[in-house]
Design a protein around this ligand. Sequence first.
Ligand code: S3P
Length: 441
Amino acid sequence: MSLNYLANGLSGRVALNGEVRVPGDKSISHRAIMFGALADGVTEVTGFLNGEDCLSTQRAFEAMGVKVDTLSATSLTVHGVGIDGLVAPTEALDLGNSGTSMRLMSGILSGQGFDSVLTGDASLSKRPMRRVTDPLAAMGAAIETTSNGTAPLKVQGGQALQALHYDSPVASAQVKSAILLAGLYAEGETVVTEPGLSRDHTERMLQGFGYEVDSKPQYAALKGGGRLTATAINVPADISSAAFLLVAASITPGSDLLLHNIGMNPTRTGVIDILRLMGADIEVHNERLQGGEPVADLQVRYCGLKGIHVPEELVPLAIDEFPALFVAASFAEGETVVTGAEELRVKESDRIQVMADGLQSMGIEVEATADGMVVQGLSQKAPAGGVVIDAQHDHRIAMSFVIASLMSRCDITVQGCETVNTSFPTFFPLMARLGAQLSEC
Ligand code: S3P
């Protein structure tokens, strides 16, 4: 059943103030389950994101014989079965909305002795999978996709994998990770290079599990045949979830928020750099290391933003934050231009088109381009009677239009808000506590 919210326009007359904790990092939570499952010993995970995507990963590994004890909403223990200890699932593994689960698991499952099938929801079933199945096939994996190169993926086990040197055409951590994880089962050294920086949580966490990885910018390599040793993972808060609050506070007069324990991995902090280039007032406090990942507390205060041309090298470092950044641009003075962001077209939805259509329906002047968007800030000519936005099974679309309501001159009904549970299950109560005028409808 669809959960819809009516967000009253100009609810941002209420400034956002206070201290906020956002849930755990999605990328790190997925990997904690996966690597914990493949390790020898018991891995303790705290700060886990119990959102739908990570629960899909958890259920999939449980279906392959891994015992997971849930101790609280955010802490669990994973009883590792060892690198070769997974057992055949009795049915298809349904990964819901989660591209990370499907792509990383296709690498892991390529190296197993059993067959498996990976399925997903309507959104995931449209996303391109050849970007992982082609290089995996070059390693000797046997994976069948639909004729469009989409899920369901049928993985035939029992293949002898060979190491690969792969020069990836795309800066994608999911592609890199799928190949590296297959590389755990391959003979020889698997190397992945990339045309730009992508997030390096796989490399960092494998090292945390005692696995040797040669990792430098745009390069990662490992040798197959090793083992992982269980460890403790304390997951930082997700900067991609914090991004909605960074934008919300930056555009809403009088706001001042303190966000605790945010993951500050340098491959993820593009949103801070971009907002600062737009003039945002974001302070980084109390920088420290937590389990191999840098974290900090972020203070963000309202500051009239200005439009910019977003530097292309920052795009992969903020790839999940563009829906929120398009909202920031809509309420910034002047023009914002985003280029080099064609990857946005193959996320949980086509985030260029869906955001452009939604912002246009709000009366904001924007132009979708093949690889980005041009946004005329402060151009809203609000339509009478409000607008209706369909979240299109995309959590970040739903949250972006709720944030947009803070400064919108029209009401916004967002349909399909249950998708927010994918990554930020506490989003609506948190926004309501901060003063956003929201009602279920
Ligand atoms: C992720 C990588 C990114 C990101 C996704 C999570 C990961 O995708 O968009 O939300 O955890 O590896 P790409 O690798 O396709 O850019």
